[in-house]
Structure formats: structure tokens, C-alpha cells
Write a protein that binds this ligand. Structure first.
Ligand code: BG6
Length: 458
């Protein structure tokens, strides 16, 4: 019997920009995604824009009922900054009423709301000012966080500052998958540093005002596995780990930067502007808990010295022969990675309380798996979750302080540049009618959550 600890959190994660819709109503201002779609809709899969989400803004009551029927005892979403503070000064009371009703209904349904402040959705007016490149945005974020704590603090006990803070940096400053879409290592570090300071200021504001509950952050951790045990490959894995995991993990949990990161900054002649007092503030503001999004590992080998891409000097990806792939997303499925993360947190991060904040499988063309009743038989998703949970359970048995598992996601949702190409939900969204239909995995998840133990594959 794979029993999970009492009070284990079972549920799903989503985000405001990916599920709310009502992008230009309810008083919401534009965020970067609304702007980008308006400007360059061809970049978006099948040209489906951020208005075409699952429509939680209109459907939240029935959606919360469905969560309850699926056995959820918790659910994570994010507040839209551009909805709550359209001009950065005046609070949008319509947004307050909407979020308050959502959080209240979740609570009345026995579902703990876990509320995130930032999920890749920079308000456009701040993007115009330079976004995370600009230190002023740190102060704007601090103000936004304070407003959220004050307006919803009586209904929310578990707060998250950022989801995957490294993603907008990696995708926007070393890639062109988020705006601004440049390759600039110096700007990447500056924007990353400002993101971190925005996190720190929000944590401080929360603690200084003695708000009830706890505050944490959600990081996408990708354990780095070297191609071989040669010193060069081991060093490559170390760099991948320092840059993509420890760059945020160490400061938010330990209050300090990894030494290797500081030497990287020096080696690459990166100049990060900071304020006196920043480092003390960082030291004084560790998180109460950590959320971990785990989808895939990172397989690395020594980099090619002649490469033109700066980071490739340090490490390069390689395709492991034994890899089991999710061909739709192109991501490797490596369940043991979840166990490795569990032990790393236990042994190297003081066994801080943590939970799996996202894990899931995006699949294209799920309609072909419909049975005669019309239900999508997503046994592959059940197997995916089940195999990960076995490794997570082993990590918990061995003492890792993990208190929950959230699947990505509840209802198929809109996704950045991929839109509905890969479906992740336990519940299917009919894009034409907006109707929702449970997939087979929703029933399996209910059995899992209600029994607090791993059910048969079904
Ligand atoms: C996570 C993000 O990294 O992965 C989500 O927090 C995202 O916002 C999810 O939707 C799945 O990735 P994708 O790109 O397939 O939607």
C-alpha cells in the first residue's frame, strides 16, 4: 500500500493568464501576452490568443464544483496583476470581488487556495518601462503584493510570489519565446536579479505585517545528469545545475548565492546593478516552503569551446539513449528525477517543507482516445502520474518533507505559444462550446485523493 502522509495536498495548478479569459473585460489592463498576440499573432499556435482560455472568469462556480467532485483538497492559481491593479495605483474593485468569491468558494468546498502573484504575466505598462530590467518594477511588485495580502489575506493562507521565475528570463533574454525575445546574458542576469529582489520584498512585506499563513516560491527544478563521469561532463552538469536550479534555489532558501554563480558572473564580465542592503534583506527573508514543478530532467555533456552561444561553452544538451520521451512536448519522462529532487531538498536544503506544484503530461490529439461513451481514456496520463508518485513516495519514506502533489492541470488550458496543441487536463475542454468533460484520469485522481493512497492503474 502506498499511503501518503496525513493531510497530504492533492489538487491541480493553473494560472490566471492561462485560464481566466476576460482579458479585456472586468477592468483588466493588457499584459505582455495580450500585447504580443495583438502585434504578432502568427507566433501563437493556430493563432489562438490569450482571450481564448477555458474561461474560468465566467465558469468558476461550476469549475470549483468539478474540482470538489475530483477529490481536490487544494488548488493553485495566480492573480492577474494587470487585473488587480490596471494602472498600478487604483485597486480594481471588480477584480477584488471576483478573486474573493473564488477563494471563498474554494474554501467552502474544502479546497485550500494556494495563490501565486506572478505567472509570466507582466502588465504591459510595466513591460513598456523595461519590465524586469527596470528596478522600479521591483517596487511596483512590492506594492502589488501588499495590496493582494491586504485584500485577500483573510481568505488565503498559502502565498506564492513567483511561478518558475527563471522561465521568463531564459525564454525572454536567452531565447525568443517570451518578450522581449533577445539574447543578452547581461540583461538576463539583471532581470533575474530584479525578479529575485521582487520576491524578497514581497516575502519581507508579508512577514513584517504579520500576515497569517505562509509564503513561498515555485521553482522548476531540472536535475542535471552528466553524459559520463569524466571531469568535463561532471563540470558541465555542475554548471547546468548552478545556472538553472541553484541560481534561484540557493538565494530563496539559504539567503545566499552559490559561489560558482558569482564566479560565472565574474568570468563572463556580467555587471549586475544592486542596492546597498539588498543582500542583507535576502539573508533575512527565506521562504517558508518551496513548490517544485517537475516535468523533465536535463541531460548534459561538456560544451563545445568553439560554440557561438555563450552558455554552450559551459554545457550542451544531449539525447540519452535510454530516454523515454513524450513525443508531443519533446520532453523526456524520467520519473526517478522526482526522487532525486526529494533527496536533494532533504540533504542540501535543510529538508524545508515542499510540495510538487506541477507535474503533468501534455498530449496532442487526445480525441483519438475517446471510448464509445465519448470519454477520453487517458491511461498514459494515469501511468505518468502513478509512476512519478511511486518515486515521490519513496522519497517521503526516506524522510523528505514533501506535503503535496499538484497535477498540471485541471481543465485543458491555454498555453503561451503552444495554446491547445498539447492537452494537460484531467478534464477536457471543448474549445468550440466551452463545455467540460471529465477524462478517465479525473476518476483515477479522485480515488487517489480520497483514499490518500495510490490506486490501481484502472
Ligand atoms: C510550466 C508552466 O512550466 O509548464 C505552465 O508553469 C505551463 O505555465 C506548463 O503551461 C506546461 O508547459 P507547456 O509549455 O507545454 O504549456
Amino acid at each position: 500500500m502506498m499511503k501518503f502522509p496525513d493531510g497530504f495536498l492533492w489538487g491541480a495548478a493553473s494560472s490566471g493568464p492561462q485560464m481566466e479569459g476576460a482579458g479585456s473585460s472586468g477592468g483588466k489592463a493588457q499584459n505582455v501576452w495580450d500585447y504580443w498576440f495583438q502585434k504578432e499573432s502568427v507566433r501563437f499556435f493556430q493563432q489562438i490568443g490569450p482571450e481564448e482560455t477555458s474561461g474560468f472568469y465566467a465558469h468558476y462556480k461550476e469549475d470549483i464544483d468539478t474540482m470538489k467532485q475530483t477529490g481536490f483538497n487544494s488548488f493553485r492559481t495566480s492573480i492577474s496583476w494587470a487585473r488587480l491593479l490596471p494602472d498600478g495605483i487604483q485597486v480594481n474593485e471588480e477584480a477584488v470581488a471576483f478573486y474573493r468569491d473564488v477563494f471563498k468558494r474554494l474554501d467552502e468546498s474544502g479546497i485550500k487556495p494556494i495563490v501565486n502573484l506572478f505567472h509570466f504575466d507582466m502588465p504591459f505598462r510595466l513591460y513598456e518601462k523595461g519590465g524586469w530590467d527596470n528596478r522600479e518594477v521591483v517596487d511596483e511588485f512590492e506594492f502589488y503584493a501588499k495590496v493582494a495580502f491586504e485584500r485577500f489575506g483573510d481568505l488565503v493562507e498559502e502565498w506564492v510570489t513567483f511561478n518558475e521565475p527563471i522561465v521568463p528570463i531564459e525564454m525572454g533574454y536567452l531565447n525568443d519565446k517570451h518578450l522581449p525575445g533577445v539574447f543578452d546574458l547581461n540583461r538576463a542576469f539583471q532581470a533575474g536579479y530584479h525578479t529575485l529582489m521582487a520576491h524578497v520584498k514581497a516575502v519581507r512585506a508579508f512577514k513584517d505585517r504579520n500576515h497569517r499563513g505562509k509564503i513561498g516560491i515555485i521553482l522548476n527544478l531540472t536535475p542535471s545528469y552528466p553524459r559520463s563521469d569524466t571531469p568535463k561532463d561532471l563540470e558541465a552538469a555542475m554548471w547546468a545545475d548552478v545556472l538553472y536550479n541553484r541560481s534561484f534555489l540557493d538565494p530563496v532558501v539559504k539567503g545566499e548565492f552559490p559561489e560558482e554563480l558569482l564566479s560565472f558572473i565574474e568570468q563572463e564580465h556580467i555587471h549586475v546593478r544592486y542596492f546597498p542592503g539588498d543582500f542583507q534583506l535576502l539573508k533575512d527573508s527565506p521562504v517558508d516552503f518551496l513548490g517544485v514543478n517537475y516535468y523533465q530532467p536535463r541531460r548534459v555533456q561538456a560544451g563545445a569551446p568553439a560554440s557561438t552561444n555563450t552558455l554552450d561553452h559551459y554545457f550542451e544538451p544531449y539525447q540519452w539513449d535510454g530516454a523515454k520521451m513524450n513525443p508531443h512536448r519533446g520532453w523526456e519522462i524520467y520519473e526517478k528525477g522526482m526522487y532525486d529532487i526529494a533527496l536533494t531538498i532533504r540533504d542540501q536544503y535543510g529538508n524545508i517543507p515542499w510540495y510538487i506544484a506541477e507535474n503533468g503530461m501534455g498530449v496532442e490529439g487526445e480525441s483519438r482516445f475517446r471510448d464509445s461513451s465519448g470519454m477520453i481514456q487517458d491511461s498514459y496520463r494515469i501511468e505518468f502520474m502513478s509512476n512519478h508518485l511511486k518515486w515521490l513516495h519513496k522519497g517521503i519514506e526516506e524522510g523528505s518533507n514533501c506535503y503535496g502533489y499538484h497535477v498540471w492541470t485541471f481543465i485543458d488550458n491555454w498555453s503561451w505559444l503552444n495554446e491547445y496543441k498539447n492537452r494537460y487536463g484531467l478534464v477536457e475542454l471543448d474549445l468550440k462550446t466551452g463545455r467540460r468533460y471529465k477524462k478517465k484520469s479525473a476518476g483515477w485522481f479522485k480515488a487517489l485523493a480520497e483514499s490518500n493512497q495510490l490506486p490501481d492503474l484502472g
